[in-house]
Design a protein around this ligand. Structure first.
Ligand SMILES: [Zn+2]
Ligand SMILES: [Zn+2]
Length: 366
């Protein structure tokens, strides 16, 4: 049976990536069959933590953790899935009403009136670009990434930047070679596929987090990490942006040119791999996941957003940071690393926050 299954997978696959995707689906189907037949719990040894960061693109993905039994967790999470209205309010990408493969955003930024000018999203300067989006002049980008915080001092109040503790007006603490802009392309989107009505298997629960970099066309994906409900990494890939990179955003992402140049997949390959195990009913968890879905160019309607589940007391648009939520509810300090955010750490924090929340609700059906 194994040989004939493999042969049919091979016959349906034009390339290695397609083979991977078809094989994963076949394995899921077979595992669900045998799980339904035997109902014996899987041993924990079977679950393997896989972070194959240096493997070729198509192999950066493991199916070994995919079939964790998420049924009870999935049911408990249903109460937290964002409604269509909340998705629109929170600026999630939705299918463009007319253009296929394009997304629409409720709060889309107004297009720049001058196509050869950009406004730097870090320092606020206006700069000129050529037709291809490249800088006309090399101008340094200097700014404070923190905000001004007022402090009482003897004799009055002073305002200091939260980034470097410099007094308001002090020289910038961040220096970059070039200005950058943060537009997001709304083209090239793919939708997660509807499940067949006969598919009785649990559609699964995953948390994800992305990193981005600045290119001549704005923000693009540079890394994506997906975590399953056992808080193990099931997919982790560096992604080569489609456009020329201006700034790898290394200070915040920890990613540099070497990471992306070495072993990276294209956005399209990443999309295909994600679509092989995420369908329209799969619950995706993230903190402010709208940006991640825009970077992945993924249209997906079954989302749990920890920034909405744990709201700020002042209401939107205020949001509590993931760092704050993790410290408060999980008693853990994250994002302390000096080399930037860790996507696996952030995605794991989102998954654990929701595991904590449903346990707290007493809704987890045993
Ligand atoms: Zn500063
Ligand atoms: Zn700038």
């Amino acid at each position: 049976q194994a040989l004939s299954e493999e042969k049919s997978v091979f016959n349906r696959s034009a390339n290695k990536l397609k083979y991977l995707s078809v094989a994963v689906n076949a394995l899921k189907r077979l595992k669900n069959q045998s799980a339904a037949a035997s109902k014996t719990p899987r041993s924990s040894e079977e679950k393997v933590d896989v972070t194959l960061m240096n493997a070729p693109a198509a192999a950066q993905f493991s199916d070994s953790c995919l079939s964790a039994d998420d049924t009870a967790f999935y049911e408990s999470l249903k109460d937290y899935i964002l409604s269509d209205e909340r998705m629109i309010e929170n600026n999630y990408p939705v299918q463009h009403p007319e253009k296929r493969g394009c997304a629409a955003l409720f709060n889309e930024k107004k297009p720049n009136p001058d196509p050869l000018k950009r406004i730097c999203c870090r320092c606020g300067s206006t700069y000129s670009v050529s037709q291809s989006g490249k800088h006309v002049r090399k101008e340094e980008c200097n700014y404070h990434y923190g905000k001004g915080v007022k402090n009482r001092v003897p004799g009055g109040v002073e305002t200091r930047y939260s980034c470097c503790q410099g007094v308001m007006g002090a020289p910038a603490c961040q220096m970059f070679k070039l200005h950058v802009h943060d537009s997001l392309s709304l083209e090239g989107f793919v939708s997660t596929a509807a499940r067949s009505p006969s598919d009785a298997a649990c559609p699964g629960v995953y948390a994800l987090d992305c990193e981005m970099c600045y290119t001549v066309r704005g923000l693009e994906l540079s890394r994506v990490t997906v975590i399953n409900s056992d808080v193990q990494v099931v997919y982790d890939a560096f992604v080569k942006p489609d456009s020329e990179v201006i700034d790898y955003n290394t200070r915040f992402s920890g990613i540099c040119e070497k990471d992306v140049a070495g072993s990276s997949a294209s956005l399209e390959e990443v999309q295909q791999t994600l679509l092989s195990f995420i369908n329209a009913d799969t619950i995706l968890i993230g903190h402010g996941l709208e940006t991640d879905l825009c970077l992945l160019k993924l249209l997906h309607g079954t989302v749990v957003d920890t920034s909405v589940v744990f709201p700020h007391r002042l209401g939107p648009p205020h949001r509590l940071s993931l760092k704050h939520l993790t410290a408060e509810h999980l008693r853990r300090i994250i994002q302390e690393s000096v080399c930037g955010h860790d996507t696996a750490e952030d995605a794991a924090a989102c998954m654990e926050l929701m595991l904590w929340r449903v346990k707290e609700d007493g809704k987890m059906k045993r």
